[in-house]
Design a protein around this ligand. Structure first.
Ligand SMILES: Cc1cc2nc3c(=O)[nH]c(=O)nc-3n(C[C@H](O)[C@H](O)[C@H](O)COP(=O)(O)OP(=O)(O)OC[C@H]3O[C@@H](n4cnc5c(N)ncnc54)[C@H](O)[C@@H]3O)c2cc1C
Length: 351
């Protein structure tokens, strides 16, 4: 169920004009490709009204995968926005949906997600970092989220806070809320153009019309399959770009690369198998998050294999700091350590 050709062309044009020229700047100078993300919305590529869930999901996968072929950092920012969109599309808070869904879909508002800690919490890895107290007309939230990406002055993001041991709420937070402060994190090995900040909440007021759910546990069960599915093409995009870079090197040094143990056809075959399995899974209802998580895990390992193979095939040119294979190597290690991380997935899939 690929995206219709007309939309594919719009996307290809946007990637060529608004993303490709900035990839080095994103990687080397922590440039955040906000304009590309806004233009995706402006171009109508994120609209969901009156469309079947599977089609919206398949289009989102295509957007992330195509973007990741050029720049995984920006594709990750797009994933953050798609995760936020999923929360708003899923909420039963009709006021919140009516207020925010149109602007999130047309690119005037950008969204993000602070759900790593709660996802780890629900898998028994960590305690919850945010707490909430009921007050007149809403909740006050306190605590620290160590990393939230795709943030900006007027952006919004989803977060989960504990009221008590039994009940957690999920809220949609505006970055300009009083009591909320940010510290930029841009000293990573890669991903520095992802507009990532640690977020400190000091009694931040969240009005009732920004509460996504008063039963976060049940809400997470609903959004989890989509949350994970949208991540998978981050890996496919990087794998695909690595395969292309391997294929370009085939005649170098009189074809010496043919003696390397891993060659591109086997990477390609695995990627195509996962792609096919994922498309089958997202056409089923209800979505089976564990089956989707298995593909996510396979994609994480495949991506690591692909970027390493590309480093070997590209030789010392790839060892330059600014080379594309080196960028993809660094980005792939983030994909492996993005929640759900490889270790998190190995744990939940073994239970
Ligand atoms: C660039 C980037 C962007 C991210 N964006 C988001 C986002 O948008 N939303 C979101 O919710 N999460 C985000 N995360 C978090 C991410 O999804 C994963 O949760 C995290 O990378 C995986 O960490 P982990 O499970 O290894 O645990 P960690 O969170 O790394 O913690 C594991 C253990 O290591 C310790 N630890 C952590 N950092 C250090 C350090 N520097 N030195 C020593 N000990 C340390 C912790 O205290 C903990 O005990 C981002 C992370 C990065 C690196």
């Amino acid at each position: 169920m690929p995206m219709v050709m007309e939309k594919q062309e719009v996307l290809a044009e946007l990637i060529a004009q608004e993303l490709k020229p900035y990839v080095k700047k994103i990687d080397q100078d922590a440039f955040y490709a906000e304009s590309f993300l806004r233009k995706l919305g402006e171009s109508g590529l994120l609209l969901s009204a009156a469309r079947p869930q599977a089609e919206v999901l398949a289009d989102g996968l295509y957007l992330v995968g195509e973007t990741a072929k050029t720049c995984m950092t920006t594709a990750f920012c797009l994933w953050c926005h798609l995760a936020a969109l999923t929360y708003v599309r899923t909420t039963e808070n009709e006021k919140l949906k009516a207020d925010l869904l149109p602007s999130l879909e047309n690119g005037t508002l950008l969204g993000a997600t602070g759900l790593s800690n709660p996802m780890k919490h629900y898998a028994g890895l960590e305690t919850l970092h945010l707490t909430a107290k009921r007050t007149d007309g809403g909740y006050v939230v306190s605590g620290v989220l160590p990393s939230v990406s795709n943030l900006g002055r007027d952006h919004v993001f989803g977060a989960i806070a504990g009221l008590n041991e039994q009940q957690q709420i999920m809220v949609f937070v505006s970055c300009n809320s009083p009591g909320l402060t940010f510290k930029e994190k841009n000293d990573y090995l890669g991903l520095n153009g992802s507009a990532t900040y640690s977020c400190t909440f000091k009694e931040v007021f969240i009005p009732d019309d920004r509460v996504l759910s008063e039963d976060a546990n049940a809400f997470v069960a609903k959004i989890r399959p989509t949350f994970i599915a949208y991540q998978i093409p981050l890996g496919f995009g990087v794998t695909n770009a690595s395969i292309h870079s391997i294929d370009k090197m085939v005649n170098r040094q009189n074809g010496c690369n043919q003696y390397l143990r891993t060659q591109s056809p086997e990477l390609q075959q695995k990627e195509e198998e996962y792609q096919q399995q994922l498309l089958t899974l997202i056409s089923q209802e209800p979505l089976d998050w564990k089956e989707i998580a298995k593909i996510r895990l396979g994609a994480a390992y495949l991506t690591l294999e692909a970027v390493q193979t590309a480093m070997l095939h590209n030789g010392s040119a790839a060892y330059l700091k600014v080379s594309a294979p080196a960028r993809r190597l660094r980005e792939a290690y983030f994909f492996a350590n993005l929640t759900p991380t490889i270790k998190h997935l190995e744990k939940v899939l073994s239970l």
